[in-house]
Design a protein around this ligand. Structure first.
Ligand code: FMN
Length: 311
C-alpha cells in the first residue's frame, strides 16, 4: 500500500484523466487489472454549476471503483469554488484540478495549461477549491509554458503553498502539446522541490516502463494515459498477453462493463474507440479493427467478439 494525500492505494499506478475515455466502465476495468487509482474525464465547472446533463453523467460512480478522483477544469476561481462545493455531494476521494490540458477549446478560455501562464489565477483557483472541497485536492500541470519558460518548480511550490495535497507533473511544456517526449528529469526536480507526493506522467507504455520511470524520477506514483488505452495490462506485472484469446476475454469484460454502465447504443462511437484499440499491432489487426468500426450496433459488435472467441 502506498499513501497519496492520505488515501491508501493498492498500487502506485494511476489511470490518467482522458476525455472521451476515462469513464466509469474503463476506470472499473483498470482497477480490476491493478490500477491503484483512476481519474475521471475533465469535468467543466460551468457544466457542474449549471447542472448540464452531459456533465452530470460524468459523475457516475460505484463503490467498487473507489478510490476515485474527479477532475475539474475551469478558469474562474469563483465558479471553480462553486463546482468544488457541488462535487462534495458525490463524495470523491480526491479532487484534481486540470492545469495541463493543451487543447485549444480549453486554453482559449484560460483553463487547462493556459493557467501555467497565469500563476496568480492558478493560485486563486487552488486556494478556492481547497477551501470548498471536503476531499484533498491535487493539481495536474506541465513542465512549463514553452522551452524558454520552464516554470514547473515555481508552479509546484505555489501549488503546495496554496494547499494542494498532491501534484501530478506531465513532463512536456504547454507548447509541446503531445509532441516530443516527457522530460522525466523535470519531474524528478519537482519531487525534490516540494514535500508533497508527486505523480509523474508521460509516455509510459508498459508495467516495466512504469517501474523504471518511477525509480528514475524518484516520484511516489506514476500516471498512465495513452498507454492504458486498449491495454489495461499496463497496470499488471504480468504484462500484455501474447495470445488473442486473453485479449478477447478482456475486450468482453470491457464490453460487459460498458453495457452495465453506459447508454451503449447512443455512445456507440465511444465503445468502438475503446475496443478498436485492443487490436492495434496484432496480427490481422486491420481487418479486426475494420470489423469493430463497421459494427452498426452494440449487439453486433458484442456478437462479433463472442464469435471470435469461440473460433
Ligand atoms: C485522448 C486524451 C484525453 C485527455 N484528456 C485529459 C483530461 O481530461 N484531463 C487532463 O488533465 N489531461 C488529459 N489528457 C492528458 C493525459 O492525462 C496525460 O497527461 C497525457 O496523455 C500524457 O500521458 P501519457 O503519455 O501516459 O498519455 C488527455 C490525453 C489524451 C490523449
Amino acid at each position: 500500500m502506498i499513501n497519496i494525500a492520505g488515501i491508501a492505494l493498492s498500487s502506485p499506478l494511476v489511470l490518467a484523466p482522458l476525455a472521451g475515455y476515462s469513464d466509469l466502465p474503463f476506470r472499473l476495468l483498470c482497477r480490476e487489472f491493478g490500477a491503484g487509482l483512476c481519474v475521471s474525464e475533465m469535468i467543466s465547472c460551468h457544466g457542474l454549476v449549471y447542472s448540464q446533463k452531459k456533465t452530470l453523467a460524468m459523475l457516475a460512480s460505484v463503490p467498487e471503483e473507489r478510490p476515485v478522483s474527479f477532475q475539474l477544469f475551469g478558469a474562474d476561481p469563483y465558479m471553480m469554488a462553486k463546482a468544488a462545493d457541488i462535487l462534495n455531494n458525490f463524495e470523491p476521494d480526491l479532487v484534481d484540478i486540470n492545469m495541463g490540458c493543451p487543447v485549444k477549446k480549453v486554453t482559449k478560455k484560460g483553463a487547462g495549461a493556459a493557467l501555467m501562464s497565469t500563476p496568480e489565477i492558478a493560485r486563486n483557483i487552488i486556494e478556492e477549491v481547497v477551501k470548498n472541497s471536503n476531499a484533498p485536492v491535487s493539481v495536474k500541470f506541465r513542465k512549463g509554458v514553452d522551452s524558454k519558460t520552464v516554470t514547473c518548480l515555481d508552479f509546484a511550490q505555489m501549488a503546495e503553498d496554496s494547499g494542494a495535497a498532491a501534484l501530478t507533473v506531465h513532463g512536456r511544456t504547454w507548447s509541446q502539446g503531445f509532441t516530443g517526449f516527457s522530460d522525466w528529469q523535470s519531474i524528478s526536480s519537482v519531487k525534490k522541490a516540494v514535500s508533497l507526493p508527486v505523480i509523474g506522467n508521460g509516455d509510459i507504455t508498459s508495467y516495466q516502463d512504469a517501474q523504471e520511470k518511477m525509480a528514475l524520477a524518484g516520484c511516489d506514483a506514476v500516471m498512465i494515459g495513452r498507454g492504458a488505452l486498449g491495454n489495461p495490462w499496463v497496470f499488471n506485472s504480468n504484462g500484455r498477453p501474447e495470445n488473442l484469446i486473453s485479449i478477447l476475454k478482456a475486450v468482453l469484460r470491457h464490453l460487459d462493463l460498458m453495457e452495465e454502465h453506459l447508454d451503449v447504443n447512443r455512445l456507440l462511437a465511444v465503445v468502438k474507440n475503446h475496443i478498436g484499440r485492443y487490436f492495434k499491432n496484432l496480427q490481422g489487426s486491420s481487418k479486426l479493427r475494420r470489423q469493430v468500426y463497421e459494427s452498426d450496433s452494440f449487439t453486433s459488435l458484442y456478437q462479433m467478439i463472442q464469435k471470435l472467441l469461440a473460433q
